[in-house]
Design a binder for this molecule. Structure first.
Ligand code: ADP
Length: 409
């Protein structure tokens, strides 16, 4: 019984080897060479047409007693039987080759080991050859594929002209886009640094000048109070400028900020209350109207946004004018609108007022302590809240800035 098992294992192994060799090189010569080692081989198509017969197999026609569908189901069928007067046991193994043909091996029990040792070296050397060829081919192919990509990476400035495969076009486009973005960011950064230096220099020069006059005794006694007032004003302007710069850089941080349910009307009322003294001093009335509108947002950022809009409404207004903060529902979108009866913004400036340090009315901005950053902060806060800003303005009539928040469910 143990002997039987061994022979069955061996014929299975031989059948697998023959099928593997036939799968690699489906030629009759290969089968002939193996048959010379004492194995009977028969090759038929799945329809039963005979393709090859090694001549020694006298053991019946296809399907050799096996049901053809069973061969396809099992992939391999092993059987055995006694033949001839000597009663030598013969083992059969039927397999399906990769191309769908059927290979049947028949082999007497006494030659299995001989066949294995005869065919094995050929299979091993063929395997090694295939391995070497595949490694070489894969190296060559990889080099041919990668070289143009390396060349493209070495010349990123001209990447558009160096795209080796159309499949890489979207990749190259995104690099070009990011290069443009980097250059633009660099330009903005340089411009910002130059502007900040300029904005800091003006009040500092003034502070230093007044302080020097007092120090050298050049200021008359009666001027000292006025000079101190100017120093105080200029330092206030510096503090405000630094506050705005810090705020802007915080807003540009990609860090997540805490969002909560915020009532826009509550924010409007608080801001009106906070600015009522400033407004009264400027001869302006300020009021909040509308109703409760809940948004998902950061309360202190929203307060800053409304404060900046109202502060502008007061500073760019005329004595006797008014500022109105209206909170309402705009087609299911919570919205806040700050309108004033002030000087208005000329059309040609409207597209740029949200840029840093852009001033439509330079003298009024400076005279009222403006930093040129208020609306840039408003824009960043709106972006953070996925809100949209609309501006309407008429010179001499007033300005209306509306911030529309995402729809509530
Ligand atoms: P600033 O600190 O100079 O006020 P902002 O960024 O807040 O800077 O505003 C940019 C410019 O837009 C201002 O300098 C001003 O010319 C113009 N502006 C902003 N709000 C108003 C407004 N309500 N009425 C008229 N002009 C305004």
């Amino acid at each position: 019984m143990v002997f039987d098992n061994r022979n069955e294992d061996e014929i299975k192994m031989i059948a697998d080897m023959v099928t593997a060799v036939y799968d690699t090189d489906a030629s009759i010569e290969v089968l002939n060479a193996i048959a010379e080692e004492g194995v009977s081989i028969k090759l038929v198509t799945s329809n039963g047409d005979l393709l090859f017969e090694s001549g020694q197999d006298e053991r019946g026609e296809y399907p050799w007693g096996e049901d053809i569908s069973a061969i396809f189901e099992k992939g391999r069928i092993v059987s055995s039987g006694k033949q001839g007067t000597l009663g030598i046991k013969t083992y059969y193994c039927t397999c399906v080759a990769g191309n769908g043909n059927i290979i049947r091996i028949a082999m007497d029990s006494n030659i299995a080991s001989r066949v294995i040792s005869g065919v094995l070296p050929a299979i091993i050397s063929m395997g090694i050859m295939i391995l070497i060829i595949s490694v070489l081919l894969s190296k060559l192919l990889t080099k041919a594929l990668v070289d143009p990509i390396v060349a493209m990476a070495d010349d990123l400035d001209n990447i558009e002209k160096r795209v080796p495969y159309p499949e890489l076009k979207p990749f190259a486009d995104s690099i070009v886009e990011s290069q443009k973005q980097t250059r633009e960011n660099e330009r903005i950064r340089q411009e910002f640094t130059a502007n900040v230096s300029h904005e800091l220099k003006t009040p500092l020069t003034s502070i230093s000048g007044y302080a020097e006059m007092i120090e050298n005794g050049m200021a008359r006694h009666e001027d000292i109070q006025e000079f101190a007032g100017k120093i105080h004003n200029e330092s206030g302007r510096l503090i405000q400028l630094i506050h705005d710069i810090i705020k802007l850089s915080e807003l540009e941080e990609p860090e997540e900020v805490l969002f909560e349910e915020v009532d826009l009307f509550g924010v409007a009322e608080d801001t009106v209350h906070l600015l009522s003294f400033n407004a009264a001093s400027a001869g302006i009335t300020i009021q909040a109207i509308g109703n409760r509108q809940m948004v998902q947002g950061n309360r202190s950022m929203l307060e800053e946004l409304v404060y900046n809009l109202c502060d502008n409404g007061i500073r760019y207004n005329c004595i006797g004018g008014s500022v109105t903060v209206k909170v309402f529902d705009l087609k299911n979108h919570p919205a806040i609108e700050v309108s004033d009866t002030g000087i208005g913004i000329p059309k040609e400036h409207l597209g740029r007022i949200f840029e840093r340090f852009y001033r439509a009315d330079k003298s009024r901005s400076k005279a009222t302590g403006g930093t040129g950053l208020g609306l840039a902060i408003v824009k960043h806060i709106a972006i953070r809240h996925f809100a949209e800003i609309k501006v309407e303005s008429n010179v001499g009539i007033g300005t209306k800035i509306t911030v529309v928040f995402p729809a509530t469910k």
